[in-house]
Design a protein around this ligand. Structure first.
Ligand code: MN
Length: 198
């Protein structure tokens, strides 16, 4: 868990993104946060991020999360992001890495539910290293358990983000279509993209 790749990829004085310099590095498993960014970059996608080990472990999810347990959503790992990226919204300027509008599509806390064969909780960081983590989200749009599972390793590492079939599962909801507003500002990613320069 390191921000080296995050920093190497961007000039935060130009992009307006958090530097990560002020991060608390302590593990905060008890009230660990998650965020789902909607990111209108050259290819529109969502970024799913879980707080673990003092950073935000991150995946790009092209179609975004589903509330339907039958929907397996591709999740491609990206560089760890600083904790204060949880609240980042804005428009990354043209020419910068990830240029385009970003909103906080959902955020909240999560609880790690990953267990070993004896039913004991495995720390989130260990679960991620092993390629399978189960967690319960307490967000504004997303609730209940989800699983992230690595199905391909190496250069083209890829995971699946799937809703666990629990009381919060709902095959009819389409929150990425029907609940497009930022949970922080109320703006859609189009509002941010169309906003005049400050
Ligand atoms: Mn992104």
């Amino acid at each position: 868990m390191s921000l080296q790749e995050y920093r190497a990829k961007r000039d935060t004085t130009v992009s307006g993104e958090p530097t990560g310099d002020a991060d608390a590095r302590a593990e905060r498993e008890a009230d660990a946060r998650f965020v789902v960014h909607e990111h209108a970059a050259s290819t529109h996608h969502y970024d799913f991020r879980l707080e673990v080990g003092g950073v935000l472990a991150s995946w790009a999810v092209p179609k975004g999360p589903s509330t339907d347990p039958r929907e397996k959503r591709m999740a491609l790992p990206t560089e760890d992001h600083p904790l204060d990226y949880v609240g980042f919204e804005g428009r990354i300027p043209e020419g910068e890495y990830g240029a385009g509008a970003v909103i906080v599509w959902d955020t909240g806390t999560y609880e790690n539910l990953t267990t070993n064969d004896d039913g004991e909780i495995i720390p989130t960081q260990d679960a991620l290293a092993a390629g399978h983590v189960v967690f319960e989200l307490d967000g504004k749009k997303l609730e209940g358990a989800y699983a992230l599972t690595r199905f391909r390793s190496g250069e083209n590492e890829a995971w699946l983000l799937v809703k666990v079939d629990d009381g919060c599962a709902d095959a009819r909801r389409r929150p990425t279509s029907t609940q497009r507003e930022s949970v922080l500002s109320g703006d859609t990613v189009d509002d941010v993209a169309d906003a005049d320069d400050a």
